[in-house]
Design a protein around this ligand. Sequence first.
Ligand code: ADP
Ligand code: MG
Length: 350
Amino acid sequence: MLEDKNQSRTSLEELGEFGLIEHLTKNFSIQHKTTVLGIGDDAAIVDFKEGQTVITTDLLIEGVHFDLSYMPLKHLGYKAVMVNLSDVYAMNAAASQITVSIAVSNRFPVEALEELYEGIHAACKNYKVDLIGGDTTSSNVGLVISITALGEASPETIVKRSGANENDLLVVSGDLGGAYMGLQVLEREKEVFKANPNNQPELEQYSYIVERQLKPEARQDITAILKELNVVPTAMIDISDGLSSEILHLCKASNLGCQLFEDKIPLDPQVINVCEEFNIDSTTIALSGGEDYELLFTIKQEDYPKIKANPSVSVIGHMTHEREGKHLITRADTKIPIIARGWNSLSNGG
Ligand code: ADP
Ligand code: MG
């Protein structure tokens, strides 16, 4: 329904590999001193001089991680960058460079890749990261995108999954479940459209959650807010698979248990409404729905006064001794074990 709004179609062969790379990357500028050499040589050069460098990479495959029938290429480019920057911010690091590698089949015209790179460009601009290289090759299945992100961090403030301590508070940014419910709405509209192509999708009342799915924003602002408040999290992870699986990762890496309070899980009113419409439990969606790209972190109890008035974060529980297990305390005050049920599990191909 959103596919192929381009009228003109320039075939990839017309430009050739080098012409294509040059064409797609000509509008990107270098913004960081740490980027010594960008695109155009056999390798890029970065010089971080001091501190440590974080590196993270993600691979996105058409049909497994995205569906081009409702994901415009521009959004896909933007989101592919966000997925990586989110991992950098989850280390409490500052993202500075990315490389982008793509494999494309010749069913994509140059104009389609232009759109993809428009989204990548917007992400680089909004988040101040330099595109410093990549690779371009052909694919006979679908579109494949792999992005690698680099970031700077000082060893004193870098945050791993493993640093949480007993009694630390468990905190999450933003609200949860929106991206998953946005996907449900898009999937439903796709079916409606298949049945009757004259039906235009009605997405207005779902704008927030559809945007959460199609145009997620990595929480660069949270790392900045924490720095301003002088709070260094003890452990941190980004929420790509759903709250429950990320909490379990933190617990495992830190050798701890936890208590998570159902009534503290932040939900947008639109998520609550759409869950009712789809007859799904909103807590289940927050726990298991993926792709929210919020940050989950732990802080020392003594840091609570510094964050308690901040509307961007919510305290949702605390860490316990490992032997106490990992539990959700429900609204009815019952205690149920947290299990990993990320929607993006291997059974789903993710
Ligand atoms: P090589 O043959 O050494 O792999 P390439 O011809 O693949 O070099 O790439 C030439 C330059 O263009 C390199 O700087 C590379 O990092 C960059 N590049 C290649 N593909 C992409 C892409 N899809 N996006 C951004 N930069 C790219
Ligand atoms: Mg190459």
